[in-house]
Design a protein around this ligand. Structure first.
Ligand SMILES: NC(=O)c1ccc[n+]([C@@H]2O[C@H](COP(=O)([O-])OP(=O)(O)OC[C@H]3O[C@@H](n4cnc5c(N)ncnc54)[C@H](OP(=O)(O)O)[C@@H]3O)[C@@H](O)[C@H]2O)c1
Length: 306
């Protein structure tokens, strides 16, 4: 444990380069000292006073030295899409971290996971199966822990709503799976980071699901996105089955717009989570973010193109 008066120390596993990691650094710095483990260098981390440790979480054999002096561990490392062996390796690395944190007597362990998915995905998809192995290892570790399971997140340079907006701006048309009647309740990455910061100090145990302030149907959300771009909504309607096939083809061509499992998850109507009740300020609505992103896209457009 650090001497009294010293800032608390965070081990950020997955680093400050991703959507959640960036929001975590913005929330925790400068009150915390942060040691940050990830693979690719992140511009600005060192300048912000972060201690970067370059490495693959799946390949760290001994977490002991990285845990020295650490008060709280926070894990954000995961892949949206990867081969099964990559999920297995990363999951094993995170479970070794949990064992080492337990042995080192780390005061608090926070882990960002994902909300419930349809049972066939939970059982069969390495993305989820390996994630649940990590969740279960933490729950059984004896550590003081909190697992936060946000729904769809948004924030500057995100790879979901931001990429969807860019596609709408470019093609003026967007795929709609069935009638779009399933729900989403987008949460700001900044609100998740704030919840994580509170969780670093409280002693609440277990798992919490976090939704944003408003529950939309998917179609209402995409209509709002077209409106932010100043365009009437236009959809290419398709069944879920066709959508899955199309997503599979796009992935094979190198697209990261949407993956087949995300279509199953989205249309299962499990992602419209209730608003996170633990916030000490109103949760951010998605509309100002959409307006700002759309404004950026429209300003970037060559003259004459609408
Ligand atoms: N985005 C969402 O809508 C959403 C919703 C619910 C839950 N989540 C969860 O939130 C967490 C963070 O998601 P995100 O959207 O911020 O993802 P992200 O932008 O892809 O960031 C993930 C970070 O993990 C690091 N990472 C990945 N594999 C690694 C490895 N093997 N070793 C070390 N670092 C590794 C990456 O850094 P390097 O590439 O530098 O290694 C990256 O910065 C994930 O657990 C995700 O499942 C996200």
């Amino acid at each position: 444990m650090n001497p009294p008066g010293e800032p608390p120390r965070l081990l950020l596993v997955g680093g400050g380069g991703g959507l959640v990691g960036r929001a975590v650094l913005a929330e925790f710095l400068p009150r915390w000292r942060v040691r940050s483990v990830h693979r690719a260098p992140v511009a600005g981390e060192a300048a912000a006073g972060v201690e970067p440790i370059h490495g693959d979480v799946g390949e760290v054999a001994d977490w002991g030295p990285l845990l020295r002096g650490i008060d709280c561990v926070l894990t954000v490392a995961w892949y949206r899409w990867a081969r099964e062996e990559q999920f297995v390796r990363l999951g094993a690395g995170l479970r070794r971290l949990i064992d080492a944190a337990s042995a080192a007597g780390v005061r608090r362990f926070l882990h960002v996971s994902v909300p419930a998915a349809p049972p066939e995905l939970e059982r069969g998809l390495p993305y989820l199966r390996c994630k649940r192995e990590v969740d279960a290892a933490l729950a059984g570790s004896g550590l003081s822990y909190r697992i936060l399971r946000p729904t769809l997140l948004f924030g500057r340079n995100d790879r979901l709503l931001g990429v969807m907006l860019r596609s709408m701006a470019r093609y003026h048309l967007f795929p709609m799976f069935d009638a779009g009647e399933y729900h989403v309740s987008p949460l700001a990455a900044a609100d998740l980071a704030r919840a994580l910061h509170r969780s670093a100090f409280d002693s609440l145990h277990g798992t919490v699901d976090l939704g944003g302030p408003v529950r939309y149907t998917y179609r209402e959300l995409t209509d709002r996105m077209f409106a932010a771009l100043g365009r009437p909504p236009r959809y290419l309607r398709m069944s879920r089955r066709t959508a899955r096939r199309l997503a599979g083809t796009l992935v094979a061509l190198g697209s990261t717009l949407i993956y087949p499992y995300e279509i199953d998850w989205l249309t299962s109507d499990l992602l419209g989570l209730a608003p996170y009740p633990g916030s000490d300020r109103p949760l951010e609505r998605v509309e100002p973010y959409l307006e700002a992103e759309a404004g950026r896209l429209l300003r970037r457009r060559p003259e004459g193109q609408v």
